[in-house]
Design a protein around this ligand. Structure first.
Ligand SMILES: *[C@@H]1O[C@H](CO)[C@@H](O)[C@H](O)[C@H]1NC(C)=O
Ligand SMILES: *[C@@H]1O[C@H](CO)[C@@H](O)[C@H](O)[C@H]1NC(C)=O
Ligand SMILES: *[C@@H]1O[C@H](CO)[C@@H](O)[C@H](O)[C@H]1NC(C)=O
Ligand SMILES: *[C@@H]1O[C@H](CO)[C@@H](O)[C@H](O)[C@H]1NC(C)=O
Ligand SMILES: *[C@@H]1O[C@H](CO)[C@@H](O)[C@H](O)[C@H]1NC(C)=O
Ligand SMILES: *[C@@H]1O[C@H](CO)[C@@H](O)[C@H](O)[C@H]1NC(C)=O
Length: 643
């Protein structure tokens, strides 16, 4: 760590400001204006500096000691119209900053297909943060973990080079980062503190030191790339857990911080930061308010408010800077949840809800933890006078009775197949999420009476059918083979679900069938692959019911309402699948597994009048095909009942 490299190089900044000022004028003359909320005149910009004082161990804003308590809030986990309310509640709790990742895979879903509009409008998010009086900690990855599919990396990277080395100095990987950052940072440059915006900190990689093959050269390459856009207009930082073994990629010019939650000894946590940052401000850049939950866990993860408060007070009393992770967790809408890999338990996909037991619940309502934190903050800062309403019950709409519509085996739904001798992965098929139906005809007489089907690597779960009759499931987490009778000329189908790419450590997690299917030790060849990305279900919703009740299948129904309001869908009587409301993918449910039993439906996905509800059920619908609504999340209630 070399302090001088973090300090502002005034000449460079000044030249940059001149260029930028010119840029802003040109920009404004093009009819677009910078947000009025960036409340500083252009002439005042050059006095804006955000730096580190290594003598007095503090951040300096415009030369004056500065501290932040920020709240982590990922804009991509809640619809855009809700951003402002969440930001305001963060401010109302006495916090002065917000921290967010940027998810590459959302902004560049296909190579070069950049999306910065709607829910991906990160510039709007920055503008709102500034308007709400919050500074910003920017975490642009490119790898973010974040409990997101593939740690936020775009799965098409696998298609670009067969043996691509991720999170390393691999020329292909770097090539796509360079292009992505060009798009991202030309948009975010103007939001840097030194350029008149709210961004005070920019993170390099994410918990890079935890990565087996972390290479300081790669961290330096990322640092220099980001620095070529932001110069000294914000402070670069890194985050690693507070253990020497995770601090092996700390590099010059990037201020190292630590992350730890309640139950961890605060003194020891910061002592570990001092090993790599002997001088400079104390910073816990991820102070955990709760934790993520995986499918199959007994309950939702939970951390009592008292524990959070205890550590928070201790850190604030030490004069530390803290980022509260999560302050608002939100939802893994769509197919964007990630997964972990546990040495004992194996593959562990993350549930749809990212409530995280955070101070603002999945719907953005304040919890007891929120008010407890606000109460603590009162002792350190003057709270802004922003009223925050207590949690409210959600709307319970009338039960919707759905109609079985079509099965994935129905000809009118089946897309035309991709043919190959051996099964292709999702990535090879150019389909990154959702489901693929793999089919082959058994051409040689099986020598077995009861055959053993083996898929070495099923990613992640397959329902197996013989002549469209269900024969059993195989799931990566526990069983990858199945025994059944099959004869020549029967059709063997595997309906495979991508349940979320691993977001930590073992991230080389391509989906589908890898590399082969064995039937009684013979490789099955001659596959047809039918793609079901389910990224647009509008055509499915218009199909006439076929009356063919064969799972997996779609159910459609209509919810009529006069006022869109937040609600939860009670999925306890359904088994496993995905719900769409007016085409919005609410995410997966898996009531057989738990501990998530309801899906959050934000009012923004509803409209006045007729709303289409489509449920894609893999296994078993309730007899009346009914879906009920709940005034509260059932995930936590079941937990509380157990308490
Ligand atoms: C550190 O703080 C002291 C006392 O507030 C102040 O006099 C001094 O200028 C500060 N040092 C720097 C480098 O800002
Ligand atoms: C935390 O660690 C410090 C230093 O190792 C030790 O002195 C202190 O007793 C510990 N605190 C708790 C609550 O365990
Ligand atoms: C695999 O795990 C699922 C859920 O834990 C369970 O329902 C199923 O019975 C298991 N299968 C085997 C073969 O253990
Ligand atoms: C396979 O067929 C045989 C003979 O009909 C029967 O006894 C056996 O139970 C079947 N096995 C399975 C797994 O269905
Ligand atoms: C399987 O199908 C082929 C082609 O349709 C046919 O020639 C053959 O007789 C069938 N075999 C059996 C055992 O039914
Ligand atoms: C679930 O099914 C049972 C039995 O049919 C029914 O009594 C109950 O109301 C259903 N609950 C929900 C939430 O749909």
């Amino acid at each position: 760590m070399s302090p001088s490299k973090v300090r502002v190089n005034l000449t460079r900044v000044f030249v940059f400001i001149l260029i930028l000022t010119l840029g802003i004028i040109l920009y404004q003359n093009r009819g677009k204006t910078l947000s009025a909320s960036l409340t500083f005149s252009r002439s005042a910009i050059k006095s804006r500096t955000f730096t580190i004082d290594f003598t007095n161990d503090t951040f300096l804003m415009d030369g004056k000691p500065f501290k932040f308590v920020s709240g982590e809030f990922h804009y991509f986990r809640t619809p855009r119209p809700r951003w402002r309310d969440i930001l305001r509640k963060i401010r109302a709790a006495g916090l002065n900053a917000v921290s967010t990742y940027v998810e590459w895979s959302s902004h560049e879903a296909t190579p070069g297909g950049y999306n910065f509009g709607g829910d991906n409008d990160v510039e709007h998010f920055m503008t709102l943060a500034a308007k709400e009086g919050l500074y910003v900690l920017l975490r642009p990855g490119p790898f973010i973990c974040g409990e997101r599919d593939f740690g936020g990396l775009p799965p098409w990277l696998f298609k670009m080079k067969e043996d691509i080395r991720l999170r390393q100095n691999d020329p292909t990987y770097q090539h796509y980062i360079v292009k992505w950052y060009q798009e991202l940072f030309t948009r975010l440059q103007k939001f840097m503190y030194g350029n008149g915006g709210p961004i005070i900190m920019v993170q390099i990689e994410n918990e890079f030191g935890m990565h087996d093959q972390c290479d300081p050269q790669h961290a330096m390459w990322l640092r220099d790339l980001i620095k070529s856009y932001i110069y000294d207009t914000a402070v670069l930082y890194s985050i690693d857990p507070p253990h020497r073994r995770f601090q092996k990629c700390v590099i010059d010019g990037v201020y190292p911080s630590v992350d730890f939650g309640p139950f961890q000894n605060v003194t020891r946590g910061f002592k570990a930061q001092r090993l790599v940052a002997p001088h400079g401000p104390l910073l816990n850049a991820e102070f955990y308010t709760g934790w993520l939950t995986h499918w199959g866990e007994r309950t939702m993860q939970f951390v009592p408010p008292e524990e959070v408060i205890k550590s928070l007070v201790q850190m604030l009393d030490m004069g530390a800077n803290v980022n509260i992770y999560m302050f608002f967790g939100g939802t893994n809408f769509g197919f964007k949840n990630g997964a972990n890999f546990d040495k004992k338990k194996g593959y562990l996909p993350t549930i749809t809800s990212y409530d995280y037991d955070s101070p603002l619940d999945e719907s953005g309502d304040p919890t007891d933890k929120y008010f407890a934190i606000q109460d603590v903050m009162k002792g350190y800062v003057t709270l802004p006078n922003i009223p925050v309403a207590r949690s409210t019950m959600k709307k319970v709409f009338d039960t919707v009775f759905l109609t079985p519509t079509v099965s994935v085996f129905d000809a009118q739904l089946k897309p035309s197949p991709v043919m190959a001798n051996s099964p292709l992965t999702f990535e090879q098929l150019g389909q990154n999420y959702g489901f693929v139906l793999y089919e082959t005809v058994v051409t040689e007489t099986p020598y077995c009476e009861t055959c053993r089907l083996e898929v070495d690597n099923i990613k992640d779960r397959a329902q197996v059918f013989i002549n469209e009759e269900f024969a059993g499931s195989i799931y990566r987490a526990n069983s990858t083979d199945l025994v059944f009778n099959v004869t020549v000329n029967q059709t063997l189908s595997l309906f495979v679900e991508n349940m979320g790419r691993i977001n930590h450590d073992k991230i080389y997690d391509q989906k589908g069938i890898l590399p082969m299917v064995l039937l009684d030790n013979e490789e099955l060849l001659g596959w047809k692959m039918y793609k079901f990305p389910l990224d647009d279900v509008s055509s499915i919703e218009l199909l006439q019911p076929t009356g063919n009740e064969k799972y997996p299948m779609f159910f459609t129904g209509v919810l009529i309402n006069s006022k869109p309001m937040d609600t939860y869908l009670d999925m306890r009587n359904w088994t496993k699948g995905v719900v769409f409301v007016n085409g919005n993918n609410l995410g997966r449910y898996w009531s057989d597994m738990g501990p998530q039993y309801s899906l959050f439906l934000p009012s923004e996905f509803l409209k006045v009048g007729t709303n289409r509800i489509t449920i894609f059920e893999l296994e078993r619908a309730p007899p009346n095909y009914a879906v009920k609504f709940s005034p509260q999340s059932l995930n936590k209630i079941l937990y509380d009942d157990e308490e």
